[in-house]
Design a protein around this ligand. Structure first.
Ligand code: ADP
Ligand code: MG
Length: 268
């Protein structure tokens, strides 16, 4: 028998997904917040997750970033299972050091920007490379300047966060996540806390990243954003992915689902 034959692919994409979630379950007591969710994301793919409040979107993103221990399922990064080890017959989070390493491959931006108030914009962006990745100071400075330029905030580098607008703070938060050179970015309602006139500048920063080929999962209520930049839109409800498709399938055909149609009508 020939041993150099590649495994059958059924004509499907043979690229290794950047991240795969297999059957993720997360419970809080009796509540199943994430209920057997599976997702594969190829490099450079952009997935937008929408769905009603309380459907498990944030919990899922936190699980992907190991901020939340899962009760079932597995997470694979670049084809390798990550994050959990067997201990006395129980699956537990891997060593803090490994988790912290993994987290630096996955950047996360939340609804509320947690910047350090006592540090300048530049120092905020340098913090991760400096303290987590232990990179030399000059390299941290260079990477911070690059990332601030990417989000259009070079001129704010020496000021303290308190004097920035919400949109500027969120762009600093994006630059700070990017400074770790992540392979995957997670955005959890990055514009929900912003005044409407500041939404655009944050979207533009995210769109720039998308155009550069960053792989990302974005949770948002902004349908225009989903329409414009998603390769795939997923509708989550009651902890499950109940429908997914391209933006066209989603917004024009509503995937023939009354549930999605009524959700979209309420959100637009
Ligand atoms: P979404 O982001 O879609 O609004 P969440 O992931 O925040 O939804 O929440 C999913 C469900 O899990 C909700 O019912 C919420 O109340 C519950 N939940 C989230 N975090 C916790 C927690 N730390 N403890 C208990 N229940 C939680
Ligand atoms: Mg949420």
């Amino acid at each position: 028998m020939k041993t150099d034959t590649p495994p059958p692919t059924n004509g499907q994409n043979v690229q290794t997904p950047l991240i795969s979630l297999k059957d993720i379950v997360k419970r809080y007591g009796d509540l199943t917040a994430v209920d057997h969710v599976s997702l594969e994301l190829d490099p450079q793919e952009r997935v937008v997750i929408i769905g009603p409040s309380g459907s498990g979107k944030s919990t899922l993103l936190r699980a992907v970033n190991f901020l939340e221990e899962i009760d079932g399922g597995a997470i694979y990064f670049e084809g390798r299972e990550v994050g959990y080890v067997e201990k006395k017959g129980r699956r537990v989070l891997d060593k803090p050091k490994r988790i912290s390493q993994l987290r630096s491959e996955i950047g996360m931006v939340f609804q509320h920007f947690y910047l350090f108030p006592h540090m300048t914009v530049m120092e905020n962006v340098m913090e991760g490379p400096r303290t987590v990745q232990k990179k030399p100071l000059q390299e941290c400075r260079n990477v911070a300047l690059d990332m601030l330029q990417k989000v259009g905030l070079t001129d704010k580098k020496d000021i303290y966060p308190a004097t920035l607008s919400g949109g500027q703070k969120q762009r600093v938060a994006i630059a700070r996540a990017l400074a770790m050179r992540p392979k995957l970015m997670l955005f959890d309602e990055p514009t929900s806390a912003l005044d409407p006139e500041l939404v655009g500048e944050v979207f533009d920063a995210i769109k720039t990243l998308a155009d550069e080929g960053m792989t990302m999962i974005v949770v948002t209520h902004q349908m225009g954003f989903a329409r414009e930049m998603a390769d795939r839109v997923i509708f989550m409800e009651d902890g499950r992915f109940v429908a997914q498709g391209t933006p066209t399938e989603f917004f024009e055909n509503h995937l023939d689902s009354d549930r999605i149609r009524s959700f979209l009508e309420r959100s637009l």
